[in-house]
Design a protein around this ligand. Structure first.
Ligand code: ZN
Length: 149
């Protein structure tokens, strides 16, 4: 069931986050903060041409924010910037869109669908979307802190 899968995936990524740790030669980075929960995340990006060649994150926060950041790096690494934008929009719709209208169209979003379980908890939605908003801020090269507020 989705709830069990949700638990399992989140716990796994929380226990062993992918692409975790500082990137020394990052082209872009941004810090994110979710004051409601206390999550903090820094996203590092390396852009080559129009592709996201590398993405890493570090920070501290609840299991949902950490798992979301970890899965985001897995989903976006190596993708074109146009795809990054499409996946960002799709993920955002999963969490905040009209429940019946949201259908993940591709494999990438199908993996991320476990996060749709948090949509009924507004505070948790902010935990899950924090890394994504921070990634967006890094892309736009904003060096101020992104916040969920
Ligand atoms: Zn949180």
């Amino acid at each position: 069931m989705l709830e069990d899968l949700y638990q399992e995936v989140i716990l796994d990524h929380n226990r062993s986050p992918r692409n975790f740790g500082r990137m020394e030669n990052a082209d872009h980075h941004a810090d994110g903060h979710n004051p409601l929960c206390g999550d903090r995340v820094t996203i590092y990006l390396k852009i080559q041409g129009d592709a996201l060649a590398d993405i890493r994150f570090e920070g501290s926060g609840c299991a949902i924010s950490k798992a979301s950041a970890s899965m985001m790096t897995e989903s976006l690494k190596g993708k074109s910037l146009a795809e990054v934008e499409r996946i960002f929009t799709g993920f955002h719709e999963l969490l905040t869109g009209e429940p019946k209208k949201v259908k993940p169209q591709d494999d990438l979003l199908r993996k991320l669908v476990v996060f749709s379980g948090v949509r009924v908890f507004p505070v948790r939605v902010k935990c899950a979307t924090l890394p994504w908003h921070t990634m967006r801020a890094a892309l736009e090269n904003h060096h101020e802190t992104a916040t969920t507020e």
